[in-house]
Design a protein around this ligand. Structure first.
Ligand code: GLN
Length: 394
């Protein structure tokens, strides 16, 4: 037999042992694909159907042409971290050191996963308030930890007695999200203070998902974990430029956390993505300096869309739930249909031509009798009006 001849062996085709055996494709991808195949108006997956500020796009062009195309520093472009430190200080009166306490990430999703992998150990418990954004539970599972799901109350607000009861010796971390996807509820300063008081005597770390920080309506304020002294020392504060600058596809986010937490975060980050794309960071840094008002204009911009959408739905049998923040409006559709949430959203997409997201997709054990769907109103007025015309037929 020549040395080139391969011996005949029984070849095995290895099948992977899944790290996420319960997980399928995310509901956002599923509903966007369905919306596209049915030519439905897509109010499902959360993304704007309009463009970022042309000034920001020009800044990207300048960065691309200006030689900003190689690896940035591992923690992110310094000018962007400095601009963020100034912005956070002006909003929340807490100064993060841009050198050591702010890290630029590949969107909030990577920030959340990296924070969890950095500080959560196999066998630890992580408290998650449900319904919760769909990346949280898989991230905890990938860390080998156990999610301790605590339902939000009937109005999707925090149930502090239930949170207190869930805290135990194995609790390593807790995830909170305000403004809240999917419900649109916003935590008050008193809520954040109460959480701070609950966690103060513990070693529990907080991962605060604040990606909708600049979408808070009716003259209310976003209350960041950075602004609550009892929380800031134990918190990873996560945000996303995708939401604030109408650029969800750029996948640039950030995490601010005290020095020791950021150091652990960066240990994982450097082997997770190492760095995040350079020209977008330069452009965002420039834009933060030259258009400091951009995020200040956002509440009024989205509040007008919320109000247009809510006014249009008032004549329907869909019952409007409160929307205090985010770009999501939830409705109770029980007067229209008794279908469970996933089936209703599929039916609505196929038969009515408007895609929505079932709130049940945000929790492992949704209440079986609830009938709530989520619409995204980050759309041009024409898109909202066209969807409303279809929804008025319900
Ligand atoms: N956060 C967006 C939403 O809730 C979607 C993000 C995604 O598609 N993964 O709709």
């Amino acid at each position: 037999m020549s040395s080139n001849t391969v011996a005949t062996v029984a070849a095995k085709r290895p099948t992977p042992r899944s790290r996420l055996p319960q997980v399928g494709t995310t509901i956002f991808t599923v509903m966007s694909a369905l919306a596209q195949s049915c030519k439905a108006i897509n109010l499902g997956q959360g993304f704007p159907d309009f463009e970022p500020d042309p000034a920001l796009l020009d800044a990207v062009g300048r960065a691309l042409q200006g030689g900003h195309n190689q690896y940035p520093p591992m923690a992110g472009v310094a000018a962007l971290r400095e601009a963020l430190a100034d912005k956070i200080e002006s909003l929340h009166a807490r100064r993060y050191d841009p050198g050591e306490e702010i890290t630029i990430t590949a969107g909030a999703t990577q920030a959340l996963l990296t924070a969890i992998l950095a500080v959560v150990h196999p066998g630890d418990e992580v408290i998650v308030l449900t319904p919760a954004y769909d990346s949280y539970l898989p991230a905890i599972e990938l860390a080998g930890a156990v999610a301790r799901c605590v339902p939000l109350n009937a109005e999707f607000g925090p149930d502090f007695d239930a949170i207190a009861a869930a805290l135990g010796p194995r609790t390593r971390a807790m995830l909170v999200n305000s403004p809240h996807n999917p419900s649109g509820r916003v935590w008050s300063a008193a809520d954040m203070r109460r959480l701070g008081e609950l966690l103060a005597p513990t070693d529990v770390l907080l991962i605060s998902d604040e990606v909708y920080e600049h979408m808070v309506f009716d003259a209310n304020r976003h209350c960041s974990a950075a602004a609550e002294p009892l929380l800031a020392e134990r918190s990873f504060v996560v945000s996303s430029f995708g939401k604030t600058y109408h650029a969800t596809g750029w996948k640039v986010g950030m995490v601010a956390a005290p020095r020791e937490l950021s150091a652990e975060f960066r240990k994982v980050h450097q082997f997770n993505v190492f760095t995040v794309n350079t020209p977008m960071q330069w452009a965002l840094a420039e834009h933060l300096r030259t258009h400091p008002e951009a995020h200040l204009d956002l509440p009024a911009f989205y509040q007008a869309k919320r109000d247009r959408f809510r006014a249009g739905l008032r004549g329907t049998r869909l019952r409007l739930l409160p929307c205090e923040g985010t770009y999501f409006q939830c409705v109770d559709y029980s007067a229209v249909s008794d279908l469970p949430e996933p089936e209703f959203c599929t039916w609505l997409t196929r038969e009515v031509g408007v895609a929505a997201i079932p709130v049940s997709a945000f929790e492992p054990s949704p209440p079986p009798a609830r009938r709530v769907a989520r619409f995204c109103f980050a759309k041009r007025d024409e898109t909202l009006d066209a969807a409303l015309q279809r929804l008025r037929a319900l």
